[in-house]
Design a binder for this molecule. Structure first.
Ligand code: SAH
Ligand code: DHB
Ligand code: MG
Length: 223
């Protein structure tokens, strides 16, 4: 059978990626290690990682919280963008994922700025109250729990904190009000909470690229 051409957005992703996120040992090795260790290929793409870097830099964030570490590929982008003395706390359910992430972050020389807390995020989040406020919070764990994570993010934020949530589009399933998929329902409820929360100004960026069709929700705490 003939191989189908990659969709145009995959080619375009490759084009921009080749120029703007050129091969870098620490990042490439981390992605390779994640695949070798059997982790699912759901890390942010390189250009999306660079977007996380952009958000950290433009907000001059010093304290970052990530919910959903996987192998630490996104964590690496966040950690590398920090100023001296900056820190990332990242929460991961799966001890194997956390172990792979620890290795990647150590190899990249940023483990000293990252704290990985292992366990269900709804159990590790309450322990972060004394580390608050965070300047930027990246939500990327189980989608059904996004509403709960948003509640915690608000507790752990200050005016000006940036919230970013991955995978809010999921090939468009979010627009189906009858969806019974718990992940889709989670993202829908999360979005309704964004809309109803007077402390937040929020928007969504739909994305296409190496990971197909998806999107980020972006919000800033305004009061
Ligand atoms: N941010 C990563 C990808 C995260 S994938 C990157 O872009 O590189 C989602 C991760 O969330 C998985 O590793 C999964 O194990 C973790 N996860 C799922 N449910 C969780 C929970 N209840 N608490 C914390 N982490 C969870
Ligand atoms: C899935 C999770 C992610 O965080 C992602 O970026 C892509 C896919 C998933 O669970 O399928
Ligand atoms: Mg994701």
């Amino acid at each position: 059978m003939e191989r189908a051409d990659p969709p145009v957005w995959a080619k375009v992703d490759e084009y921009f990626s080749s120029l703007l996120t050129p091969a870098e040992k620490a990042l490439d090795e981390a992605r390779k290690a994640n695949r070798k260790s059997g982790l699912p290929a759901i890390d942010v793409s390189p250009l999306q990682g660079k977007f996380l870097e952009f958000l950290v830099r433009v907000s001059a964030a010093r304290k970052v919280l990530e919910i959903g570490t996987l192998g630490g590929y996104s964590t690496l982008w966040l950690a590398r963008a920090l100023p001296v003395g900056g820190r990332v706390v990242t929460l991961e359910l799966d001890p194997h994922h956390a172990e792979v992430a620890r290795g990647n972050l150590r190899d990249a020389g940023v483990l000293d700025r990252v704290e990985i807390r292992v366990g269900p995020a709804n159990e590790t989040l309450p322990g972060l109250v004394n580390s608050a406020p965070f300047d930027l919070i990246f939500i990327d764990a189980d989608k059904r729990s996004y509403p709960e994570y948003l509640g915690w993010a608000l507790k752990l934020a200050r005016v000006g904190t940036i919230l970013i949530a991955d995978n809010v589009v999921r090939q468009g399933k979010v627009a189906n009000p009858k969806s019974k998929d718990a992940n889709v329902r989670g993202v829908q409820r999360f979005t309704e909470m964004l809309a109803a929360e007077p402390r937040l100004s929020a928007t969504v960026l739909q994305t296409v690229g190496a990971k197909g069709y998806d999107g980020f929700a972006l919000a800033v705490v305004v009061s």
